[in-house]
Structures are given as C-alpha cells and as structure tokens.
Design a protein around this ligand. Structure first.
Ligand SMILES: Nc1ncnc2c1ncn2[C@@H]1O[C@H](COP(=O)(O)OP(=O)(O)OP(=O)(O)O)[C@@H](O)[C@H]1O
Ligand SMILES: [Mg+2]
Length: 234
C-alpha cells in the first residue's frame, strides 16, 4: 500500500534521512519509532510532498506520491494527522470533522463516518458544539484522529499522537489504534513512545540518526535488549 524506498532527505548540507526504506501493507499497523531528531517527521513530510527528497521513491497504491498535490493524495486515500494536531481551534468539534470530510461528495458516507467517529470517541459527541480550542489535550487529539478518519482513508499516518499527553490519554490512544485495527484500517504510526507503538504495531522500524537501524515485530524487538538500550533508552 505504501512503499518508501531508499529515501534521502537533506536540509542544506544536513543529511536528515539516509536511504530510508519502509513498507506498509493493507490492514497493517506499522510503527516508526526513534528519538528526537531521528528524521521520522521528515519521512512523513516527504510522503506528503512537503519536502522534496534528494533521491528515492515513495509509492502509495502503486503510484508515486512525489510531485502530487496534497489534495490529490487525500483523494487517493491518504490521511495525515500531523504533529501538533492542526485543528481549527475557533471551530466546533463537528465543524472540524466536516472539514476532514470535505473532499467526500457522498453525503450519506460523510454522515456514516461521523457516526463512526462518535462511536469511537463518545465524548466528542457530547462536546460536538464546543470549540475545539477549548478541549483538553487528549480530547483535541481525539478530534485530530477523527478528522483524519473523516476522509475515509485507505492509509492513516499519525505523527506522534501521544506527544505531550498524560499517560491515561496515551492509553486511550492505544485503545483507539486497536479499534482501528479491528476496522482493518491501515496505519503508519510515528512515535517516540516505543511502548505505545510496540503494543499496537504489527511491525516496528527503529530510526535513529537518519537511518533505519532495526526492523522486526514488536515481539522480536523485546527480545533484543541491546537494540532497545542502544536506540531507545533516553
Ligand atoms: N526545515 C529544516 N531545516 C533544517 N533542518 C531541519 C529541518 N527540519 C528538520 N530538520 C532537522 O532534521 C533532523 C530530523 O528532523 P525530524 O523533524 O524529521 O525529526 P523527528 O524524528 O521527527 O524528531 P521529533 O521526534 O523530535 O519530532 C533534525 O536534526 C532537525 O533539526
Ligand atoms: Mg517529528
């Protein structure tokens, strides 16, 4: 579904990503974990066309994403929940969700997707007329996830959904991801929180210093304490 191959990203002389290859198959949850500055968000920016790579390829549903405008990627079924959420704070919860579904012409589908989000996060239904900017951090993250789902995506990319959230909310995000798995949604999960990612992902890539340093199942990662020690201990 998503194939990133030998991706190289430079910011001026600085090499942020050095031949990164990552694959996501339909129905999988794939985690990319690693410390601050590893280059994780840079990979996401290249996938969504925000940063042109120096070399390498990105294919989504068999077609290149490079040089494709972001609204076309959304139409093809890519959804990005960026770092820092990107909500409209002065709009209500429901208006934010509608923005997420703007590209859908099928009104019944839009309504159905909204119902799905409210089922996933009942608190958002209660708060649907509240301004998004006045929600708690965890609730805003739920809105961000919902906005992503409102586009009826084939692939959801989450960039650090747990950033700055309390442990209880991080736990809820983990539960949400498990529900997304049950719905057979495909997810690329970027995380610094290795525990969260390992709990929900089918496969894990560890990025550090611009490279993929390790790639395996979470179970096999847990049996490699030296890898955890080397790349994940802060
Ligand atoms: N626009 C830019 N110009 C110059 N350097 C940049 C730019 N964006 C990112 N970098 C550098 O590239 C490296 C990778 O950044 P990136 O945001 O991809 O890391 P990350 O793994 O997402 O980190 P974090 O977990 O902190 O979000 C960092 O050293 C960062 O300072
Ligand atoms: Mg980042």
């Amino acid at each position: 579904m998503l194939e990133v191959k030998d991706l190289v990203i430079r910011y001026g002389p600085f090499l942020a990503c050095d031949r990164i290859s990552i694959e996501v198959k339909p129905g999988e949850i794939v985690g990319v974990i690693g410390p601050n500055g590893a280059g994780k968000s840079s990979v996401v920016r290249a996938i969504t066309g925000l940063v042109p790579p120096a070399s390498g390829t990105v294919r989504f549903m068999g077609q290149s994403t490079l040089d494709v405008p972001v609204h076309d990627l959304i139409r093809r079924g890519l959804s990005l929940v960026p770092e820092g959420r990107g909500l409209f704070p002065m709009m209500s919860v429901e208006e934010n969700l509608l923005m997420g579904g703007y590209s859908l012409t099928n009104k019944a589908l839009r309504k159905q997707l909204m119902e799905n989000c409210y089922e996933l996060f009942p608190i958002l239904k209660e708060r649907r007329y509240q301004l998004a900017g006045t929600l708690s951090g965890g609730q805003q993250q739920m809105v961000a996830v919902s906005v992503g789902l409102m586009g009826d995506p084939k692939l959801c990319i989450f960039d650090e959904p747990s950033l700055g959230l309390a442990p209880i909310v991080i736990h809820q995000i983990g539960e949400t991801l498990k529900k997304m798995r049950d719905l057979q949604l495909t997810v690329l999960l970027i995380e610094q929180n290795a525990m969260l990612a390992s709990n929900v992902a089918d496969r894990i890539y560890i990025m550090s210093a611009g490279r993929v340093q390790f790639h395996d199942t979470p179970g096999n990662l847990m049996q490699n304490p030296e890898v955890i020690e080397k790349f994940l201990s802060a």
